[in-house]
Design a protein around this ligand. Sequence first.
Ligand code: AMP
Ligand code: MG
Length: 416
Amino acid sequence: MQPPPLKNDCFALPPGVDWTPVDEALVLLRDRLTPVTAAEEAPLAEAEGRVLAADVIAPRSNPPQPNAAVDGYGFAGPAPEGVREMPLAEGRAAAGAPFRGRVPEGHALRILTGAALPEGVDTVILEEDVSREGDRIAFHGPLKRGANARRAGEDVEAGDVILRAGRRLTPPDLALLAATGCDRVALRAPLRVAVLSTGDELVEPGEIAGEDEIYDANRPMLLALLRRFGCVAVDMGRVPDDRVALRATLDRAAGQADAILTSGGASAGDEDHVSALLRETGAMQQWRIAIKPGRPLALGLWNGAPVFGLPGNPVAALVCTLVFARPALGLLAGAGWAAPQGFDVPAAFAKSKKPGRREYLRARIREGRAEVFASEGSGRISGLSWAEGLVELEDGARDIRPGDPVRFLPYASFGL
Ligand code: AMP
Ligand code: MG
């Protein structure tokens, strides 16, 4: 008897079943989740990477007063075309050591970068463009009024909204806040996210692994991802494929965290206890998302805490975390919905893609082209580590030839 032909596409979509497209799944998440973190005041030194709880209004202008943008000589501009000669006023203006008094009409004053423009000065000639003899200078015009000078408030006016609520503060944001006189800001408490791994086969790195055992690779990855997302990662350890143990761990996790990430056990099989328990609560959605790699994703609420039941395969766990959990956690954290910013680059590969699901390939850019990892196997952890981002292939069919544009999402665009 002839055996049945092997299926070479194990992700073929069963006929007549509705699969949720990635974009629809994202819209559902975006519409349903709201911030859960409280606001608190904190000093600037603790604000990096945290989320603003309120708009920030600049208490002070930047710069607070007109000042010199270069080292040179200040005078009342403009200077017309041709050679100009000027006597120097006595004294000088430096940053933090202003010239007190008025520079007389027709005179110039030695002035250094950052020095407040004294009365009678609105224009600065660059030191390199000047010849000086004793107390006289000469230079070539023309020079516009205001040249090489900074206007008060040209960067920021006092009273301007400089940063909006929901902003995750970057190091440059701290410079902006400091420069405009903010020393304390209203921040959201960091989102606390619990992580647990499920599976009888898992052991801890450092332990001796039996033949049938594998090391828990998802948990260190997920804990580190969460820290990169600005969350407080709470390690709940490993849980065997046992409903009583899992229930107890979920209870503890919900008591300590705002959200929970689990990996493994999220399908509908005998040992898929995460989805089974979430189904019992009645707040479970088994999301059949048209994505590769990544199905299944179990989403539910456990004692009020949203649970993202990620697939066990590390590649799928990472992709689902980046694509679904990250923006969702952003909303919970009060940072708003953050879509990754990708860009189109020529492919360095060929691929024929079937319609009906979105695909994410482990990829990196070399010489301006997107290379993809040699294998698409979802257990190939080495490919995750090899990659520097993902190539995102749209839901429809694609026949990609080298040089065709593909969308590259650097890991950095997911906050990594
Ligand atoms: P599951 O989703 O539980 O059916 O697991 C799918 C595959 O991922 C199986 O081969 C598991 O052994 C593997 N897996 C599950 N959890 C982990 C983990 N934490 N680290 C590494 N592999 C895992
Ligand atoms: Mg499992």
